[in-house]
Design a protein around this ligand. Structure first.
Ligand SMILES: Cc1cc2nc3c(=O)[nH]c(=O)nc-3n(C[C@H](O)[C@H](O)[C@H](O)COP(=O)(O)OP(=O)(O)OC[C@H]3O[C@@H](n4cnc5c(N)ncnc54)[C@H](O)[C@@H]3O)c2cc1C
Length: 530
């Protein structure tokens, strides 16, 4: 059996950063195991790749259970299954979160995770092509840049914000997110191509003899004896193999890190027993505290030929492709959400609890699909950033290849329903601004007839979607329901840590790729320094 100092499970946002940092010292032998394939798929590098990869071969294609708060709808829960993990199929929006998010983590029993502690890791990870600031990094592996496509419609959204009394800011990644801004993306600086965590970190580590990256390896169980994890077992090409490790770090994401723990007998003992799994370490918090951002949208017809609808015309589509490949610009150079806003649902909130994104394209929500709509329209979308509803990840069976059982319980807390409804009202307020006068046609979704709280709630239940930010299912903390301690060690066990979005005590109030990468960066120092 091969032996490594560190075995990292999952080459996603956090796992790639972690493996890169752990292997900086040539004396450390590091193995990075990934269930998916190498990232040769050309769709990954396309900025609009999210729309083309979800539901395909490099998506785990999970689904939630029927959600009671959403009229019993079961939502798609995509996750990247490839080098780069979900950073290889995501929308590339680069959002670190609000400084208060991390100070809140610290106050929840996580010393060493306040904003002043995590800022150096955001900086270390990044190479920012925009205006310099002491909070931004310039030499890290992860390339970040302002979106390259600007149109009067995006400008109308920013101007609408200003008109309605909100701040317009240059950079929402300097600690305080609040305001309206041009969006930032994880993209190469010289070409309009996605920069996944694999492109950022694994390419930079190529040639390191002490880092072994193996794909097609589905980890099935941790090898735990007494209170020590000494390695793990995985299946590659139908063959079962084991590896021994000084330390194992799970970076398999918010659905699968808890799944691997439970398959290995680590979790609430009695449900494991009932599935025929021998409990090895009773840790009732495993898989609990699952959180996600969810939200809705309003859509209007556009009076001008300015939305992505125009690219149904083959000549215009060819022009857009030309612009992408020749000029590294144009409508295909960003996922179509190049203007963003972080807003408080009411002034009593300590920091923004709603994120708005402007899309110069409409979606076929009346047909119940994520496909683009047949009409020339635009959408103002929002997500609730500090949801109070909590869900869970559990096992369907002892089969390591079975999909986990995912319950988000979206909109089951009345607070979330209220904030979500406020999201729609603020979206309408923005759409009513003079800035949109030249563009605004009929409101198609939900339509002007939808006005009362009950009508808005019903519309949101029927149409609301996930922002694909699952987190919190292996929560960090110092209480009995915490899964890992602030050093990310699984509580009560030696040789085992978790480092990915699952450790967040509360989901950050922004998109979760940047904080997941920060967690990988910070985990490396915690491991190497003791
Ligand atoms: C469609 C989509 C769009 C998104 N858009 C954005 C966005 O625009 N901006 C943003 O900030 N965030 C976005 N996110 C969220 C963000 O990408 C994730 O929060 C982040 O990537 C999570 O990182 P992670 O390291 O926790 O997990 P992941 O990146 O998901 O990595 C987990 C890795 O573990 C592997 N793995 C799992 N189980 C096993 C096993 N048993 N054996 C071996 N390997 C295993 C997986 O294949 C995967 O590679 C989006 C997510 C999705 C899915």
């Amino acid at each position: 059996m091969q032996t490594f100092d560190f075995v990292v499970v999952g080459a996603g946002s956090a796992g790639c950063a972690l493996a890169y940092r752990l292997s900086e010292n040539p004396a450390h032998r590091v193995l990075l195991l990934e269930a998916g394939p190498r990232d040769w798929n050309p769709l990954i590098r396309l900025p609009v790749g999210e729309a083309l990869t979800i539901g395909g071969a490099i998506d785990w294609k999970f689904k939630t259970e029927p959600e009671n708060g959403l009229d019993g709808r079961a939502l798609d829960a995509p996750r990247g299954k490839v080098l780069g993990g979900s950073s290889a199929i995501n929308g590339q929006l680069y959002v670190r979160g609000h400084q208060g998010d991390f100070d809140e983590w610290e106050s929840l029993g996580c010393p060493g995770w306040g904003y002043r502690d995590v800022l150096p890791y955001f900086r270390r990870a990044e190479s920012w092509a925009g205006e310099p600031d002491q909070t931004r990094g310039t030499v890290g592996p992860l390339k970040t840049i302002l979106g390259r496509y600007r149109t009067p419609l995006y400008e109308a959204f920013l101007n609408a914000g200003a008109e309605k009394g909100y701040k317009v800011v240059k950079d929402y990644n300097q600690g305080n997110t609040e305001g309206f801004a041009w969006a930032q993306f994880t993209q190469e600086h010289d070409r309009a191509k996605r920069c996944s965590s694999a492109h950022a970190y694994l390419n930079a580590a190529k040639g390191r003899k002490n880092l072994t990256v193996q794909t097609g390896c589905h980890v099935t169980a941790l090898n735990v004896n007494g209170n020590t994890c000494s390695g793990l077992t995985y299946v590659r090409g139908g063959r079962t193999e084991s590896v021994s490790a000084g330390e194992v770090i799970l970076s398999a994401g918010a659905y699968q890190s808890p799944q691997i723990l439970m398959l290995s007998g680590i979790g609430a003992a009695s449900p494991l027993q009932s599935l025929g799994i021998t409990p090895k370490h009773d840790l009732p918090g495993v898989g609990q505290n699952l959180q996600d951002h969810c939200g809705g949208l309003i859509q209007s017809r556009c009076l001008q030929t300015m939305t992505y609808h125009q690219f149904r015309n083959p000549l215009r589509a060819l022009g857009a492709i030309w612009d992408l490949y020749v000029n590294a610009r144009g409508p295909l150079s960003v996922f179509p959400m190049n203007a963003v806003a972080f807003v408080k649902s009411n002034e009593a909130e300590p920091r923004p609890d709603l994120e708005f994104l402007f899309f110069p394209v409409a979606t076929d929500i009346q047909g119940g699909s994520n496909r683009y709509a047949a009409f020339n329209g635009y959408a103002i979308t929002w997500g609730i950033m500090r949801p109070r509803s909590r869900g869970s990840v559990t096992l369907a069976s002892a089969d390591p290849f079975a999909k986990p059982v995912i319950r988000h319980n979206y909109l089951t807390d009345p607070h979330d329903v209220k904030v979500n409804n406020e999201g729609l009202r603020i979206a309408r307020k923005l759409n009513s601004a003079k800035a949109f006068d030249a563009f605004r046609g009929e409101e198609v979704d939900p339509g002007v007839q939808c006005t009362t709280d009950a009508e808005i709630s019903a519309y949101n239940r029927r149409t609301m979607g996930s922002h694909y930010h699952p987190s919190g299912s292996c929560r960090m903390g110092d209480d009995d329901m915490a899964v890992v301690d602030p050093s990310l060690r699984v509580r009560g066990l030696n040789g085992l840590r978790v480092a990915d979005a699952s450790i967040m005590p509360r989901v950050t109030s922004g998109n979760t790729n940047a904080p997941s990468i920060m967690i990988g960066e910070r985990a490396a120092d915690l491991i190497l320094n003791g």
